[in-house]
Design a protein around this ligand. Structure first.
Ligand code: PMV
Ligand code: MG
Length: 360
């Protein structure tokens, strides 16, 4: 039996702007995992995941017709990851086989995406990793990222794939997404192997070292949020606000580039300053688009953290899920923990996850 796992993630900075190529985000992998096991089978295969059973499927109406929104449904990510990895396996001359694939997740509970730690990204990565072993494909980390990103893009359509990168590489990364129009054009002309071998325009994934005294705290609001839905909402409203959206993109890029410099020069005050700046930039994006990124619970979480000497912001698309706090290890955390407790914010005792050296 083959068993692999892929970690969940949290966005630290650069959200929303990162869906545009060339705009960086900082993302971190956390030590909660999705594992996939594969066992050889004969004649019939199966796919099993507790993620699927109780999950509500959102739907909407287009031109009067009910349309299911599959983007929050892990099953579609698994199927697309299988389809693409098997296509690559065939191009590499492998014979396709039957298997039983089982998913176990620490990132969801039966109500769906409980913490917003990126279960759709992690399940896509774990499926690609498992089949990489099953078909003995020897894909390197970047190739696995590319296959998982293509699978994720086919289902979600509007994401940056930063969650996929964090799950593939582990640790802290600076990430800028690829030009998805270029990918779509090449996808219709090239073999999958040729597309995976090519350099993808604008894609950049850079591991970051962290200052020794940097501390990351995570607070959970208890209410779930849908990333794909929030990104849709921002996309719809930005059309009327093109000028402010462009300034948001430029300012976010500048802010995250300074934060990356803060990591490279071990400068915690600079990182904290840029976290606070990014919080303001997201607040102005929320005002121009009318999308609620920092909910009242996230605001409380951040304000209390700032009062206790940290720099804080919503993580990812916001609208619920988690907020992050950067402090230094000399600042005690107990006062903030009791303030959070009174405000019904749950601290999540997660750690940054690094893959063991020499193998993901
Ligand atoms: O809410 P999360 O953790 O899934 O993060 C979404 C981050 C966005 O930049 C808003 C979207 C994306 O795909 O990068
Ligand atoms: Mg989220």
């Amino acid at each position: 039996m083959i068993e692999v796992s892929a970690p969940g993630k949290l966005y630290i900075a650069g959200e929303y702007a990162v869906v545009e190529p060339g705009h960086p985000a900082i993302i971190v992998a956390v030590d909660q995992f999705i594992s996939v096991t594969i066992e050889s089978a004969t004649k019939n295969g199966s796919i099993q995941s507790a993620q699927y059973s109780d999950l509500p499927i959102r739907w909407t109406r287009k031109n009067g017709v009910l349309v299911l929104d599959h983007r929050d449904n892990p099953f579609h990510y698994i199927l697309e990851a299988i389809r693409l990895t098997e296509k690559y396996a065939q191009e590499q001359g492998r014979l396709l086989a039957f298997y039983h694939l089982k998913v176990r997740s620490e990132l969801d509970n039966s109500n769906g995406r409980k913490y917003g730690l990126g279960s759709s990204g992690a399940v896509t990565v774990a499926t690609v990793k498992a089949l990489n072993v099953f078909y003995d494909l020897e894909m390197d980390t970047l190739t696995q990222f590319k296959i998982a990103a293509l699978a994720h893009l086919a289902v979600q359509g509007n994401g940056s794939c930063g969650d996929i990168a964090a799950s593939c590489y582990g640790g802290w990364i600076a990430f800028s997404t690829f030009d998805s129009l270029w990918i779509k054009e090449k996808q219709s002309k090239w073999s999958l192997s040729a597309l995976l071998d090519a350099e993808w325009p604008k894609l950049s994934i850079q591991p970051l070292d962290t200052p020794k005294d940097l501390r990351l705290l995570i607070g959970w609001t208890g209410s779930p949020a849908s990333t794909s839905d929030l990104v849709d909402q921002v996309n719809q409203s930005r059309e009327h606000e093109e000028h402010s959206y462009q300034s948001f993109l430029n300012e976010s890029r500048e802010c995250v580039e300074k934060m990356i410099l803060g990591f490279q020069t071990q400068n915690i005050p600079m990182i904290k300053q840029m976290i606070t700046r990014n919080r303001q930039l997201l607040a102005s994006l929320a005002t121009t688009t009318g999308v609620i990124i920092e909910t009242p619970a996230l605001k409380k979480l951040c304000d209390l953290a700032e009062k206790s000497g940290g720099a804080a912001k919503s993580s990812g698309a916001g609208g619920g899920d988690c907020g992050i706090v950067i402090t230094d290890k000399k600042t005690g955390i107990l006062p903030l923990m009791s303030l959070w407790e009174k405000a019904e914010i749950t601290p999540l005792p997660l750690h940054v996850y690094h893959y063991p050296k020499g193998g993901n």
